[in-house]
Design a protein around this ligand. Sequence first.
Ligand code: TYM
Length: 390
Amino acid sequence: MGECAAARENVNPILPTGVREIIFPGALHQPIEDIMAEFQKLVFSGVQPTGNLHLGNYLGAIRKFVALQKDNDCIYCVVDEHALTAQLVHEDLRGQTRAIAAAYIASGIDPKKHIVFNQSAVAGHAELAWIFNCVARIGWMERMTQFKDKAGGKNAEQVSLGLLAYPSLMAADILLYRATHVPVGDDQKQHLELTRDIAQKFNIDFSANIRKEGYGIDIKVGDEPVHAYFPMVEPLIDGPAPRVMSLRDGTKKMSKSDPSDLSRINLMDDAETISKKIRKAKTDPDGLPSEPEGLKGRPEADNLGGIYAAVPDKTQPDWLGELGGAQFSVFKPALIELAVSVLAPITEEMRRLPGDTSHIDAILRDGGERANARAEKTMKEVRDIIGFLR
Ligand code: TYM
């Protein structure tokens, strides 16, 4: 029996090894770059409309979205269906959705050249997610650290089925457009690995149908030829700030859901608030070191220096060279000035835009129609591949 056939039968999610080893004992035979070259390059990413956008979202994700639009075809989504997974009822989901769209536009994303839309406007996301729910294994979902963090300690009555299935919807978001590159912060890495696993299993399980229906491309997985329909997405995580940490605790991620507002710089904070939060940010008594070794065991110093460097896109050796030896009393005012100068124009635009709801709604409507046209093409082909009667 070839490796793939063995792999197809060996889908027991209870096995203790990692997802990739369980299902795909043979690594892809063809170099991933060759496979990806067959798919048209397309960037996709999304942000949940839950709570205030913060500096982590901006530096880890949105700023990358802006940079990528220069040379790529991009789709940026406000993932409103994801917002229901952790909390069902929202006070102002429409307003939050508009606020994220406004943040995209205020940061410099061009909604005419690219696509900006909200997920629930395109029915294909939910439809493909259902199919992926049947491709993915429960064990894969249960191993997701974000699920374990959110569901940990709570019994099954208290977390939604949607929270468990969340990565399946995320895979559908990306693969509905057969997107190839996904800019995200470090916390989404595991979800993107799972997206690849779902794509891989779909390609293997439906290989014969994909070929019969005349879609997809030939690749090799281990020794077996597979006719693949979905690409293996490439996560774009690198950058100077893949994981911005809390200002109150350098071991915790900066997060929308942290109960302390002092833990994060929100994109809507004014200059005075940013200044107060940075002044109050946790530090230690030593100054900033000039060598990386001097940051060991000092997560707050590492984080604040990292933020200072990330804004103008500097490397760690660069910022250590510049700041080495500086006391926090000198460094913090410099950081405040930098953060305010970068965020103020975005904040100003974000405050103005959602007030003009018809403008934002028109952008989302237009984006939704264009996204839907692309999504429908994929869904028509996926329905053919699966064998749904038309
Ligand atoms: P969300 O809404 O939690 O976060 C949006 C983006 O911000 C990044 N991010 C951070 N980056 C650096 N430091 C931090 N402290 C920090 N906090 C958040 C996240 O990595 C993310 O890129 N599951 C996703 C939304 C999503 C998605 C998708 C993303 C749904 N479908 C398809 C990409 C492709 C999420 O909850 O992101």
